[in-house]
Design a protein around this ligand. Structure first.
Ligand SMILES: C[S@@+](CC[C@H](N)C(=O)[O-])C[C@H]1O[C@@H](n2cnc3c(N)ncnc32)[C@H](O)[C@@H]1O
Length: 211
């Protein structure tokens, strides 16, 4: 059985064979959520940043971003992208296997965008830790797959996704400490690695810590 001890190997293999230009654009969901809910930049923590599409976009919009991933190759590309865009002073790549360690500090925005892995990791525990690292009045944004794209590794009829309400409940947040800004599962047209398109569903949570 695979365990979280394989994460570094798995994701290093993934990124070392991946075109460095992929994943360098921001997720549209995050852009949309922040335009409404966090128009003023502050500090941000991007969990599972990959090639840094979100982190680089956030930095370009004034955020000071700690970009976390288990893959050193991905983080090196994020650093290079930050230098190319002139935002290296606002992008701080940090290698963590989030099943093992977590960045210190509290952040105005903590984002986990498609923080998925085929490996067996304590994902809910990581997301609870993510909630703990949100500063007062800050936002926790979780965007995740809620349907199978044809090109996904999660193929098979037995794949089940939680509802956004179930994800919210799994975080075990104190009711009076958080305001639920968004908790829904909209559809969108996604583009796959070969340029193919399909309609998919996302779970979107945006939760504000109330002081
Ligand atoms: C599906 S990708 C999403 C990348 C990016 N956030 C995006 O929206 O395109 C999942 C990311 O999580 C990272 N990841 C997976 N397991 C991890 C772990 N245990 N610790 C830290 N990062 C991990 C992977 O390296 C990968 O970059």
């Amino acid at each position: 059985m695979r365990t979280h001890t394989d994460s570094t190997t798995f994701w290093e293999n993934h990124y070392s064979g991946l075109d460095a230009r992929l994943g360098t654009k921001p997720n549209a969901v995050l852009e949309d959520v922040l335009a409404t809910l966090a128009p003023t930049p502050g500090t941000a923590l991007d969990l599972g940043c990959g090639h840094g599409g979100d982190a680089l976009w956030l930095a370009a919009h004034g955020w000071d971003v700690t970009a976390v991933d288990v893959s050193r190759t991905a983080l090196d590309r994020v650093a290079e992208g930050a230098r190319d865009r002139g935002v290296a002073d606002r992008v701080h790549p940090a290698r963590h296997d989030l099943a093992e360690t977590f960045p210190t500090g509290r952040f105005d925005l903590v984002s986990a965008a498609y923080f998925h892995t085929p490996l067996d990791i304590p994902r809910t525990r990581v997301l609870r830790r993510a909630a703990e690292s949100v500063a007062d009045s800050g936002l926790l944004v979780i965007v995740e797959h809620a349907s199978v794209a044809p090109w996904s590794w999660q193929t098979g009829e037995d794949v089940r996704f939680p509802t956004p309400e179930q994800v919210l409940a799994s975080l075990e947040l104190e009711d009076d400490g958080w305001h639920v800004e968004r908790c829904h599962a909209p559809q969108r047209v996604a583009t796959g690695p070969q340029g193919q398109t399909a309609t998919v569903t996302d779970n979107i949570l945006a939760l504000r810590r109330t002081p």
